[in-house]
Design a binder for this molecule. Sequence first.
Ligand code: SF4
Ligand code: SF4
Length: 385
Amino acid sequence: MDDSNNGRAKVALVKCEDYDNHRVQQAVERGLLLLGGLSSVVRPGERILLKPNLLAPDPPEKCVTTHPAIFRAVAETLQRAGVVVSFGDSPAVGSTARAARRAGLAAVANELGVSWAEFGQGEEVVFADGLQNKRFVIAKGVLESDGIISLPKLKTHGLTTMTGSIKNQFGCIPGLLKGEFHVKLPEVDQFTRMLVDLNLFLKPRLYVMDGIMAMEGNGPRGGKPLQMGAVLLSTDPVALDATVCRLVNLPPEDVPLLRNAQQMGLGTYLLENIDLLGDQLDALRRSDFHKPHKASISIRNPWLRNHIVPKPAINPHRCIRCGICIEGCPVQPAVVDWYQEDKTKPPVYDYSRCIRCYCCQEMCPEAAIDLQVPLLGKVLAPLLR
Ligand code: SF4
Ligand code: SF4
């Protein structure tokens, strides 16, 4: 795909009001045409891995996962071009098979003959150019493919503010290994620079974002669905995610992931360097989009951290005492745990050890964990970046 327009990035923004298979197919095809066609992205006979967002075993209407209509449209388009298509992800909660079944992707894959890539096992790779991280364990199914097409979902995220094209590749790291990065790289800048290294290594060929129904608020699992009515396509994940930010009135330069991604050469978030093709951004903008709390700083001093950085807090009325937050905490022993092993009450936090990775909030199936901004954090919010 031709993105060599004097170093400028192209983002196709295509209006699509719902998940009708035919309309989604048309939107994807229009987006591909706007970018210059599929033929420069893939060649017949290549093995291309589709990487949807399968965060957890949730149904499509919860807007946690990439919608099956997007998956179907891209898979069918690739198959028509003679490409051998596989798919996979490593969910934060549960198995790939369960998440894919609940999300409706397994049925589409079985119908179309899209094979399941191996995401349970990984292989270590060395990325000598990595600035933050030079070694990754990558799912075998990713390494066995000739290339990746990423299918992110437009959602908020407690740690990275928004989850989109760049963050989506974190699922190429199998299972619990993902959690280790939170412990090893607890500061937002460290963690997001690692994500950029990962993307520079994997270099997906194309990103097709499901922004038809987005998730606002307490994402990436506990937020509310919101109609955005957009499919976005680009070969530049930074430009694509920056366009999403502009759609929800969030300055891209306020998002550490995008600042680091641009600095490290993954792409550009600068409006003057992006050719926005297709429909008008203003017509699709949702100024009422409920953005997450500003959680983009890390402070090592426990007292300051507790008084400035948003902290996860359990709503006892929504908590069903499932214990998933405890299992998901990457710190050992877990920062959130049953009080005196009493499973009849919600778990409790030891905030002095909490690294604010928000894995617990991300995994909670009941949206029972909110991120609360301490008073001092609210006062200092305008100064934090
Ligand atoms: S807070 Fe959420 S994840 Fe934790 S026990 Fe309650 S419902 Fe389960
Ligand atoms: S309690 Fe939650 S936010 Fe704190 S370290 Fe554990 S998973 Fe991360």
